[in-house]
Design a protein around this ligand. Structure first.
Ligand code: OAD
Length: 240
């Protein structure tokens, strides 16, 4: 990694009045949470259409719950890494954090306000009415043991599935932050999933400099002012 690139990125961040940090699964990779795409990614091992769509839940809610209960356990056993911690410190000063992640590692690292575009693994919500609340333990041994809402319908994980809209309030706040930022720091996301990925293009179109931290290729490499090819836990503490 050329030292020049790190110092250019650092100068951009230092000069910026407003920084938007936009994260994806890669920021949690070094904590032990698997990413979705690439080697070892969840979508290499599992089929999203069987586990992460409303149709999959209607067809086999037990299977879907089993998978999400496994992911909850996996994340609960992980701890925030140096990247989550550096982001928490930076956002405590003059930054806004928007994440696509459904884990809770940014919150556990102490980021004051996390805009979550794809919901949370640790929220349950009703598959029929508007109820939502903190996740309760799930017994996914049979359909009869799955959690139910007071209205009688099955509860479901509080995450956004393929084919569903993003939470409007969160997406609107993220859009305003993208339009207003001077630097958009993109960490650990392939940029494959829209509309979330569109925020980085919104920031660029509004004049922001894009800084990308990712060891692999991303959809944002062509519009990045600086691309830092490396792991987030090593890079982020060097930037702030
Ligand atoms: P992806 O799995 O698509 O991309 C992960 C990115 O992290 C890749 O660009 C990797 O190169 C990078 N990466 C791997 N290790 C890293 C490390 N140590 N440090 C920094 N980066 C690293 O994950 P997302 O872009 O987050 O949707 O995926 C977007 C959405 O697709 C997810 O939110 C999820 C998924 O389907 C929903 O849950 C709705």
């Amino acid at each position: 990694m050329p030292a020049d690139d790190i110092s250019r990125a650092r100068s951009l961040l230092q000069a910026a009045g407003r920084v938007l940090v936009f994260t994806g699964a890669g920021v949690s990779a070094e904590s032990g949470v698997p990413t979705f795409r690439g080697a070892g990614g969840l979508w290499k091992q599992f089929r999203p259409e069987e586990l992460a769509t409303p149709q999959a839940f209607a067809r086999d809610p037990r299977l879907v719950w089993e998978w999400y209960a496994w992911r909850r356990g996996l994340v609960a056993a992980c701890a925030p890494n140096a990247a989550h911690e550096a982001i928490a410190r930076a956002c405590g000063r003059a930054g806004v954090l928007v994440t696509q992640n459904v884990d809770d590692l940014h919150e556990r690292a102490g980021t004051p306000d996390v805009i979550k575009l794809h919901g949370s693994l640790f929220v349950d919500r009703c598959s029929r009415c508007a109820w939502s609340g903190p996740a309760a333990p799930v017994d996914a041994t049979s359909e009869a043991t799955l959690p139910r809402c007071a209205c009688g319908a099955l509860l479901r994980p509080g995450v956004v599935w393929f084919g569903e809209g993003l939470p409007e309030d969160q997406f609107e706040r993220a859009g305003h932050a993208a339009e207003a930022c001077d630097v958009c720091l993109v960490v650990g996301t392939s940029g494959a999933v829209h509309p979330a990925a569109g925020l980085v293009h919104t920031a660029r179109a509004a004049g922001a400099d894009i800084v990308v931290v990712d060891p692999g290729e991303t959809a944002f490499d062509a519009i990045a002012a600086v691309k830092l090819e490396g792991g987030a836990a090593a890079m982020l503490p060097r930037l702030f």
